[in-house]
Design a protein around this ligand. Structure first.
Ligand code: 2PG
Ligand code: MG
Length: 474
């Protein structure tokens, strides 16, 4: 189309005249800026270019970043990556050449965006998230996004979502809320990792994380303050008991003192909480990640102590007994993956006791079929949502609906390999998840999410609602 044809088609002469008249009416002190902003709104927004690159995540491992361009500007997104990759989740495309980044490069995924995905999306309206995601799903044609890579598809999906919000001139959480059919935005209760164990640390603690949940705060800002203060009191407790080198941190930012039992970890967290003065307002959660120490049908809580490992296996029933006692002795309100990902029987039995929230992470892998099964069998009562296990914003919204229809809690989660992208903060607010797990209240990749929640709370002003005690049912 020639420029003249374009001008005629979009009636630009008339729109320019309108912009000038509007500037005069508004008595603007800066007519050029006013007219250019006015004209920007008049331009129909379409995706004009999608450009991806390889960057590094918080572990120093390659991941995908994308710049999506519309007539309104450039919108950037990058995707996280996790350690636990299961057969039910969308596939992250990695090059596999061991000589380059130990096989972890993502240049094929980047190429897929720059060529195939870009070609398919250029010209589309960025507000039609469902169509954009569907176009990529159709292009990929595989069930687990193996062809283009879930890392490629998700990066573009998120960038398009940001572009859609800009096109509508609304905050990102508002746009996602519209896409989800939700009208009330809710600030989630943060679940801060404070102690790291399991495969994330060199200590002998078998479980992956001990977390704190400030459910008794009145605002998110207060919850963040409680989390930060507890974290620093914990640092002091650890220094007193284990020396300063106990304060090194693991992948998710939790301290990694050389403790060997769950109770030892819970005791120091309880001590830190008591030093804050918020005792009744902060609850404790644990991510057991029991799949990592399940051997056959037994659990080896000493799997990280070479001289004890394999000598004292626990049965599923023993594990249930242990959780029962822990829930009595500590303010535990949430247990994630208490059993192996295929140990449905003990998960069901434990969940039915109703002692605390039972979160399905490895059990579900954010997979709709596994979520449906777990709802039907009451194998857990909360979804850990990892968006890169699904691969598009639209499908993430769908699984949240599924979980909410089952009256479950929803925890929007980061991955151990993160970037400075704060998308999950807006997502958590928009879908009314009630809970977000984004690591410790330290380190840039975690604070990108928590700080974004501060901004959203500030922007919502009087309208801001913190999930607080309704963290499971918001
Ligand atoms: C988890 C997550 C985040 P990963 O188990 O909940 O901590 O770990 O990203 O390695 O799956
Ligand atoms: Mg987990």
């Amino acid at each position: 189309m020639s420029v003249q044809e374009y001008l005629d088609k979009h009636m630009l002469s008339r729109k320019i005249e309108d912009a000038v008249n509007a500037a005069v009416r508004a008595k603007t002190p800066d007519p050029v800026l006013f007219i250019s902003n006015h004209m920007k709104k008049a331009v129909p927004s379409v995706i004009t270019k999608v450009k991806a690159r390889q960057i590094l995540d918080s572990r120093g491992i390659p991941t995908v970043e994308v710049d999506l361009f519309t007539n309104k500007g450039m919108f950037r997104a990058s995707v996280p990556s996790g350690d636990s990759t299961g057969m039910y989740e969308a596939v992250e495309l990695r090059d596999g050449d061991k000589g380059i980044y130990l096989g972890n490069a993502v240049t094929k995924a980047v190429k897929n965006i720059n060529e195939k995905i870009s070609e398919a999306l250029v010209g589309m309206d960025p507000t039609v998230q469902l169509q954009i995601d569907q176009a990529m799903i159709d292009l990929d044609k595989t069930e687990k996004k193996t062809e283009l890579g879930a890392n490629a598809i998700l990066a573009v999906s998120i960038a398009a979502c940001k572009a859609g919000a800009a096109e509508k001139e609304v905050p990102l959480y508002k746009h996602i809320a519209d896409l989800s059919g939700k009208s009330n935005s809710i600030l989630p209760v943060p679940a801060f990792t404070v102690i790291s164990g399991g495969k994330y640390s060199g200590n002998s603690l078998p479980i992956q994380d001990i977390l704190i949940l400030p459910t008794g705060a009145s605002r998110f800002e207060e919850a963040l303050q409680m989390g930060s203060e507890t974290y620093h009191h914990l640092k002091a407790v650890i220094t007193e008991k284990y020396g300063a080198n106990g304060c090194s941190v693991g992948e998710d930012g939790g301290f990694t003192p050389n403790i060997s039992s769950i109770r030892e970890g819970l005791d120091i967290v309880k001590e830190a909480i008591s030093r804050t003065g918020y005792a009744d307002k902060i609850k404790i959660g644990i991510d057991v990640a029991a799949t990592d120490f399940c051997i056959g049908t037994k659990y080896d809580l000493e799997f990280k102590s070479p001289n004890k490992s394999g000598q004292n296996f626990k049965s599923g029933e023993d594990m249930i007994q242990m959780y029962k006692e822990l829930c009595i002795d500590y303010p535990i309100t949430s247990i994630e993956d208490p059993f192996d990902k295929e140990d449905w029987e003990h998960s069901k039995h434990f969940c039915n006791l109703g002692l605390c929230q039972v979160v399905g992470d490895d059990l579900l892998m954010s997979n709709p079929k596994r979520i449906e099964r777990a709802i039907n069998e009451s194998a857990c009562n909360s979804l850990l949502l990892k968006i890169n296990q699904i691969g598009t914003v639209t499908e993430a919204i769908e699984v949240v609906k599924l979980a909410k229809e089952g009256n479950w809690g929803v925890v929007v989660s980061h991955r151990c390999g993160e970037t400075d992208d704060s998308f999950i903060a807006d997502l958590a607010v928009a879908i009314g998840a009630g809970q977000i797990k984004a690591g410790a209240p330290c380190r840039g990749e975690h604070l990108a999410k928590y700080n974004q929640l501060l901004r959203i709370e500030e922007e919502l002003g009087d309208q801001a609602v913190y999930a607080g005690e309704d963290w499971r049912s918001s």
